[in-house]
Design a protein around this ligand. Sequence first.
Ligand SMILES: NC(=O)c1ccc[n+]([C@@H]2O[C@H](COP(=O)([O-])OP(=O)(O)OC[C@H]3O[C@@H](n4cnc5c(N)ncnc54)[C@H](O)[C@@H]3O)[C@@H](O)[C@H]2O)c1
Ligand SMILES: O=c1ccn([C@@H]2O[C@H](COP(=O)(O)OP(=O)(O)O[C@H]3OC[C@@H](O)[C@H](O)[C@H]3O)[C@@H](O)[C@H]2O)c(=O)[nH]1
Length: 345
Amino acid sequence: MAKDASNGQNHVTTKPPPEPSPLRKAKFFQANMRILVTGGAGFIGSHLVDKLMQNEKNEVIVVDNYFTGSKDNLSQWIGHPRFELKRHDITEPLLIEVDQIYHLACPASPIFYKYNPVKTIKTNVIGTLNMLGLAKRVGARILLTSTSEVYGDPLVHPQDETYWGNVNPIGVRSCYDEGKRVAETLMFDYHRQHGIEIRIARIFNTYGPRMNIDDGRVVSNFIAQAIRDEPLTVQLPGTQTRSFCYVSDMVDGLIRLMEGDNAGPINIGNPGEFTMLELAETVKEMINPAVKIITVENTPDDPRQRKPDITKAKELLGWEPKVKLRDGLPLMEDDFRKRIGIPRK
Ligand SMILES: NC(=O)c1ccc[n+]([C@@H]2O[C@H](COP(=O)([O-])OP(=O)(O)OC[C@H]3O[C@@H](n4cnc5c(N)ncnc54)[C@H](O)[C@@H]3O)[C@@H](O)[C@H]2O)c1
Ligand SMILES: O=c1ccn([C@@H]2O[C@H](COP(=O)(O)OP(=O)(O)O[C@H]3OC[C@@H](O)[C@H](O)[C@H]3O)[C@@H](O)[C@H]2O)c(=O)[nH]1
């Protein structure tokens, strides 16, 4: 019998997960912790790799198919003796030996996850099954980066982890929302049935340097538009809200969750809530007061409100975000100006 880390219940498991390779306990073994990051060439993944690599006891392996990620995000680590980068699509099985798996691989921007919805589902379902199979085979702990989108267009505000959500199962966002919901289900079933150690983070909108300039998400769009003197495109009605977390806070939360004792799911996000019109006004004021703000059509099923209740993260992880939106935006502006090639006037 294995104990369910989330609620203390006992469940029958088929057999306990295996011990890691005996070599890992050998006297001359160099690294103490071998960590796999799926999707590590992406936005959050590459910042997570930076942080993990700062610990000299970690050896980090990234697998990525470069759909929305790039080797450029990891250029500082390529060739480092404790780092390995492998082109791999997680919808195919992966046979390696690791102690921990941060499972991030999945396109996150609505434009990209809707581009090939069947592939997005496969990545979430088959990809997560493959990573759980790997975790089971080698006895690794696995963390899934789930999303606030599991709450859909929430009828409860702010959202805490007990809320089951309001999700359209057949809409254009479902490949992602429902994909992540199934991924969460798979995580808990592997935990209950096979005793796998799981962690689930429900990430709320995250922003920062290294986001793709043409990523399509709202913060990257507004910053790139402001720098290029293009109108800021607020999708109607503009009163919809989001809560934006700076990437360094997010990475800190993910590592605390992985290292802690709680399976989750745990919301990780910044509770500061803004309408999209307020966000546009803030970007305009801070980056380019001369720029216009225009309204444009929205896409179907856009959630009308979103704000995390982070009581659980505070109590169980001792985590809360430190970087306010007005402090994070200039850091992202610096990075975007460098990459777009337009310096501050
Ligand atoms: N950024 C956010 O606001 C946010 C919010 C909620 C959840 N998340 C989750 O966090 C994770 C990372 O998000 P991000 O913002 O860094 O996105 P991102 O698109 O920058 O990174 C995703 C990475 O996964 C890779 N990838 C996609 N499909 C793959 C596949 N089949 N096989 C291998 N690699 C694949 C991409 O190439 C990319 O490098 C995702 O799981 C996302 O759902 C992000
Ligand atoms: O140019 C734009 C882009 C977007 N928006 C609006 O900004 C809001 C946020 O849109 P984004 O595309 O940045 O992100 P969303 O909140 O819809 O989804 C996001 O949140 C959860 C994560 O799992 C996903 O990775 C991420 O896509 C939406 O209301 C959208 O209509 C604009 O007003 N203008």
